[in-house]
Each structure stands twice: as C-alpha cells, then as structure tokens.
Design a binder for this molecule. Structure first.
Ligand code: NAD
Length: 327
C-alpha cells in the first residue's frame, strides 16, 4: 500500500498532526493508499507558501505562462496511461468512460495557455481629457474544492484558467479521490510551474475544506460539489467577503420527440441515465417522451438497460461499475 503526503511548495509533506486517511477501491473495498489528513495548520502552511510565491508566477508575461501551460499539456498527455488506472481505482468508473474523459484534459491547458498568451486589455471611450483602460490582473491565492466524480476533469477545469491568469492555487480534492490531484502537481512542476504555485491539501470537507474557505488570505473559492456543501461554503466565505464560484448538484431531463430515430434517442437517454453509474450532476434523471413513441421507448429502454454490462471497472467491456462508496 502506498502512502501519500500533501503536495506543498513543490514537494510531498505529511500532515502536521501525522494523521492519514484510507483510500478505498469501490470495486472490492480494498484500501490501496493512505493519504495525509490535512487540517488547519496544513492549510495555513499551504496558503502562506502560495502567498509568498504568488508574485513569481504573476509577474511572468502571458506568453511565458502560455509556454508552461503548453508544456503541461504535453506532459499530461504522456502520463495519462499512468493516471487512468488510478482514477478508476479511486472512484470505480469504468475504463471506457475514464479513458474518454482523460483524453480531453490536455486541451484545457492548451486552450487557457493560448488565452494567457493572447489576452488583451481594452480602451474605453471616456472623455477627451482622460485615457481609460482596463487590464486584467490575477486575484492572488485561490482555493479550489473538487468533488469525487470527475476527479481530474473538474480539477483541470479550475486549474487551467486559474493558473493561466497568474493565480497561486491551494486545492482541496475530494477525500474519495485525492491521488491524481497530487500527481498533477508533479506534472505541473516538471512543466515549469514554480514551487508553491500549485499546492494540494488532502483531507475532509469539515477539516481542510472549511479551513481553506475560512482563510483570510484566500481571494476566491471555486467549488464543485453538492448543493448543501455549496451553501455552507458560500456562507463561510461570506464572512470574509471572499468571492465564490459554485457548480452544485442538479439532474437533467431528457426529452424525446417523434422526429428522431427511436434507437438514437434511447442510446442518448441510456448514456445520460447511466454515465458514472448515475452519479453525476448532468445525469438524465427524468425522461419526457412524446406519447406517440412512449411505448416503443419504454420497451427499448427496458431491453437495453437489462443488457448493460456490469463488472470490473478496469475491464474495457464494462459499462456499469460500482457506486463510489457505501454512503
Ligand atoms: P460533496 O459536496 O460531498 O464534496 C465536494 C467537495 O467539497 C469535497 O472536496 C468535500 O470534501 C468538500 N467539502 C464538503 N464540505 C465542506 C465544507 N464544509 N467546507 C469546505 N469543503 C467542503 O460532493 P461529492 O459527493 O464529492 O460530489 C458529488 C456532488 O457534486 C453531487 O451533488 C454532484 O451533483 C455535484 N457535482 C456538480 C457538478 C457541476 O458541474 N455542477 C459536477 C460534478 C459534481
């Protein structure tokens, strides 16, 4: 079994308390890693480092940050085969889903690297005697809090723009999927992101997560998670007037009309219903079907649902893996 420290200032560190927590493979309940359990002291340490190092990153030109983001994309692409089985073992999502998801990650670093490179200010008409312009500057140290169900994807959606903009980051990943976010630190460091700009404090929401949200030096919190979590975080952050962006819980409706091939509509509805074994914010939880095709859709849905292949998430033919945890 492997032990993991927190990634702070370019290296792995145990928690100040020495506490760790287990990471279980949802396929069989096997504990395959012990990870440092960060709390207040560890968050303070990570935020202080990020605060001290922030200027080093923020003072680079957009083109320089863009180059590093492009290198990060290339390195990430190379290391995807190593990250893929770890993502699967952490959360139990099938290989076919996770391979497709991870393959898209490098694009985010390339895209936001290009945005950093081409960022322009604006000159606004104001008055004949004044020149009025806007220039975007980084916020400072930002806290990124992520859920378990798309560990690297949702992290990447936050990290790529925040880094490209010149911020220093402290990440609190889901306690169910903390390992790949730690490994991303190695990749970013190799790409040239200075030590102390991407930090990861592993631990639980009520410990490390709340300490991060409450920290007075954090300029913004970006959280993806459940709605109750988002409400708690927004109310805690409000005490310091810390900016918050939140992507929270929700389920989607799938609507099928008679002007489509029933087969294709059923494929889409099945995908929406069972992606991530139904554990995702965009899950198609409700199916609204035009009455003229209702019976046909229902019988096809039933037939094809029964044919879905449940099994070992690492098996390429598996379509439905285990739920992420007993809870
Ligand atoms: P969760 O709310 O349990 O946890 C999300 C993160 O918040 C975790 O890192 C957790 O440790 C942390 N956290 C919990 N309490 C906290 C607190 N008091 N202070 C600070 N941090 C705290 O969510 P989860 O089970 O990991 O993820 C599933 C949820 O996320 C679902 O509700 C799903 O709909 C939602 N989700 C939304 C999107 C979206 O884009 N809208 C995407 C993926 C998941």
């Amino acid at each position: 079994m492997k032990s993991w420290g927190m990634f702070i200032d370019g290296d792995y560190h145990p928690s100040a308390s020495g506490k760790t927590f287990p990471v279980e493979n949802p396929k069989n309940g096997d504990v395959f890693a012990q990870v440092a359990e960060g709390e207040q002291t560890d968050v303070d340490r990570a935020v202080d480092v990020a605060h001290r190092k922030f200027a080093e990153w923020a003072s680079l030109s957009g083109a320089e940050r863009g180059d590093i983001m492009h290198r990060a994309a290339d390195l990430l692409e190379k290391r995807l085969p190593e990250l893929l089985p770890i993502e699967i073992d952490q959360i139990g999502r099938p290989l076919c889903e996770m391979r497709a998801q991870l393959a898209r990650l490098p694009e985010w670093y390339r895209y936001f690297g290009a945005v950093a490179r081409t960022q322009e200010g604006a000159v606004h008409p104001f008055s004949a005697t004044h020149l009025d312009y806007t220039r975007r500057i980084p916020l400072g140290v930002v806290g990124l809090i992520t859920p378990w169900n798309h560990p690297l994807l949702i992290l990447t959606k936050k990290v790529a723009p925040a880094l490209a903009a010149g911020n220093a980051l402290v990440v609190k990943p889901s306690e169910l999927a903390p390992i790949t976010p730690l490994l991303l630190g190695e990749i970013l460091a190799e790409a040239g992101v200075p030590a102390g700009i991407y930090n990861v404090v592993t631990g639980f929401g009520a410990g490390a997560g709340a300490a991060l949200v409450n920290h007075p030096s954090i300029r913004k919190i970006d959280v993806t998670g459940g709605t109750a979590t988002g409400k708690t975080i927004a109310s805690l952050a409000g005490r310091n007037l810390t900016h918050v962006s939140a992507e929270l819980g929700g389920k989607a409706a799938v609507i099928l009309f008679p002007d489509m091939a029933v087969d294709r509509g059923v494929s889409a509805a099945l995908f929406a219903a069972f992606i991530a074994t139904g554990q995702t914010c965009v899950q198609g939880a409700r199916l609204l079907v035009h009455r003229s095709i209702h019976d046909q859709v229902v019988s096809e849905m039933v037939r094809r649902t029964k044919a879905l292949r449940l099994g070992d998430p690492r098996d390429p033919s598996t379509q439905i893996g285990p739920l992420v945890s007993e809870k």
